[in-house]
Design a protein around this ligand. Structure first.
Ligand code: PLP
Length: 379
């Protein structure tokens, strides 16, 4: 029987239509996009039409979209440039940010370039807005970097509310939208955000390519220095075929957004319902209401001896999923997100994350596997 892939927040399978769009840029069009001749003009056209597609889908201007190697680079760019180029001396984040933001902010602090405050979290892992307001009052003109949806537990922030609060206190607002890009619609011209990050492999595009949106109001200096690519912001010959794949993946996602949302939310709710019935000892991390990211479900399981090697046991039983964040799957490091919200909980947690390619039958099989693992072995 085929292994069930419930690790879509780690990465998604590439859509065959995306591969089709990329192929000509691997086989036929080999020119360097910076070359003036026809070969170069062909690949330049591929890049610029991809940029226009992305900008149109997100209601931004093409000049506000900068390609990067993925979410990690986009996050680094946002946080580092805000401090190093714009003279911002204070960063406000939360302890449950992705390491691409968390470690970057901490590194700037270690180097003496900025100080960092952490917004308090509520009991189920939401940002405490009152605390954010107090921090903003104490540190006006900061950089605030808060993720749109948490990749481990799925809690979402309201970009309008947080962005307005930041701007009311002169702060620059970056949101890591890596898990929500292509899963929700964005009107970047209307949203009070200054920067957002996206990564193609989270929405059926290729790995190693993403982008950062930098509002035209924000004036940044080059992040990678060398050639004049990406309007001097990020030097280096562009990853042409991946950029074309990124735009195609975003286009496909937005063409059928509501259908996918409904299907995937249906799977998540079905899994919640089935787990409650079949494994009543299981609990859920974070907020599982319909406001949370519909692709992610973090389940806290009972402690027993199967828990020790849980991810391997699930893999052997035909379910691929993650223990915590995508990036720490495979390593034994505990989740910094769960540790920050539930410091006293020692139970094992598993993150199931779904895509448009998953089915209800897979949810049934997965719950059956969990029931077997946890009922066969006494606590
Ligand atoms: N931010 C979030 C919320 C993520 O989930 C990830 C990937 O797991 C990243 C950033 C990093 O993205 P990338 O893998 O494209 O570097």
């Amino acid at each position: 029987m085929e292994t069930i892939y419930f690790d879509n927040a780690a990465t998604t399978p590439v859509d065959p239509e995306v591969i089709k769009a990329m192929m000509p840029y691997l086989t036929e069009h080999h020119g360097n996009p910076s070359s003036v001749h026809r070969f170069g003009r062909k690949t330049r056209a591929g890049i610029e039409s991809s940029r226009r597609t992305i900008a149109e889908l997100l209601n931004a201007s093409p000049g506000e979209i900068f390609f990067a190697s993925g979410g990690t680079e986009a996050d680094n760019m946002a946080v580092k440039c805000a401090v190093m180029d714009m003279g911002i001396e204070h960063i406000i984040i939360s302890e449950i940010e992705h390491h691409a933001v968390l470690y970057t902010a901490q590194d700037l602090e270690k180097r003496g370039l900025a100080t960092v405050s952490y917004v308090k979290l509520t009991a189920n892992g939401h940002i405490d807005l009152q605390d954010l307001e107090s921090l903003l009052k104490a540190h006006p003109n900061s950089l605030v970097s808060l993720m749109h949806a948490n990749n481990e537990i799925g809690n979402r922030i309201d970009l309008d509310v947080v962005g307005d609060l930041c701007h009311a206190h002169g702060a620059l607002f970056h949101s890591d939208t890596v898990q929500t890009m292509a899963h929700y619609s964005f009107d970047l011209s209307a949203l009070p955000v200054d920067m957002v990050s996206g990564s193609a492999h989270k929405f059926h595009g290729p790995k190693g390519v993403g982008f950062i949106y930098i509002s035209s109001n924000v004036k940044m200096k080059p992040f990678i220095i060398g050639g004049s690519q990406e309007r001097n912001m990020r030097a280096g010959t562009e990853n042409v075929f991946s950029i074309v794949g990124l735009a195609k993946a975003l286009e496909i996602a937005y063409a059928d957004l509501e259908e996918h949302q409904e299907h995937i939310l249906g799977l998540k709710n079905y899994m919640i319902k089935t787990l409650k019935l079949e494994l009543p000892d299981a609990e859920f991390n974070g907020d599982i209401s319909e406001d949370s990211l519909y692709t992610v479900l973090s389940v806290r399981l009972p402690e027993n001896e199967m828990a020790e090697m849980l991810l391997y046991n699930l893999d052997i039983a035909g379910v691929a999923c993650s223990g915590g964040s995508a990036c720490s799957s495979g390593t034994n490091k505990g989740s910094h997100v769960l540790a920050a919200i539930y410091p006293d909980v020692t139970n094992p947690s598993v993150r199931f994350s779904f895509s448009k390619f998953n089915t209800k039958e897979e949810v049934d099989r997965c719950v059956g596997v969990l029931k077997n693992l946890f009922e066969a072995v006494p606590a």
